[in-house]
Design a protein around this ligand. Structure first.
Ligand SMILES: Cc1cc2nc3c(=O)[nH]c(=O)nc-3n(C[C@H](O)[C@H](O)[C@H](O)COP(=O)(O)O)c2cc1C
Length: 169
């Protein structure tokens, strides 16, 4: 698959086979996250990889998203410098963590795996479950596993609606 095929094939998967993800595939995917760029190469991010069924169930319950319990892996993307703001006035951690999480979602496609970004979760409850210190912030969770559903048509705005040239319009 070339990169454009990977991008076209990535989609949110909310039903997973019980089949576990091999340690080799997981390592390749996490290496894709490690290689992601970050502002000033700070790499102020950590990835908590959860495979324990008990912990996945706790996360699913806390996030009120039942399908998470059935994902063989959940990865929490954590920013370790939550107060850092870039000179453009935008927080750095969410950008740096999201880029790495996107690498994960694309590498997963190459491995025949599916993912789902999870932004709807209670910060404090998940922090407690995963023992994440108060000095860090969970930016996103991501479910990972072999898809057990059928792809649907992608719904996207047209390019004309989102791209303008030379000035905002
Ligand atoms: C930042 C972010 C947060 C998201 N949070 C959730 C979520 O909490 N639960 C969920 O089921 N899907 C979540 N999604 C998935 C989106 O609904 C999905 O990406 C979007 O509908 C486009 O569909 P596609 O991923 O299949 O292309 C999230 C996606 C992003 C990028």
């Amino acid at each position: 698959m070339n990169i454009y095929e990977v991008i076209r094939n990535r989609r949110s998967v909310r039903a997973y086979l019980e089949k576990p993800v091999s340690e080799e595939a997981l390592e390749r995917i996490l290496e894709a996250a490690r290689l992601a760029p970050s502002g000033s190469n700070r790499q102020a991010r950590k990835f908590v990889v959860v495979t324990s069924g008990e912990t996945r169930e706790k996360i699913a319950r806390a996030a009120k998203q039942d399908f998470l319990a059935g994902a063989p892996v959940i990865i929490a993307g954590v920013g370790t410098t939550p107060d850092r703001t870039m000179s453009c006035g935008i927080q750095g951690d969410p950008v740096d963590v999201a880029i790495a999480m996107d690498h994960i979602s694309l590498a997963a496609v190459e491995e025949g795996l599916g993912t789902c970004w999870i932004g709807a979760f209670p910060q404090e409850a998940i922090r407690e479950i995963l023992h994440i210190p108060g000095t860090s912030r969970i930016i996103e969770l991501m479910a990972l596993g072999y898809p057990a559903d059928t792809p649907r048509q992608k719904v996207r705005k047209s390019r004309e609606e989102i791209v303008c040239r030379e000035r905002f319009s």
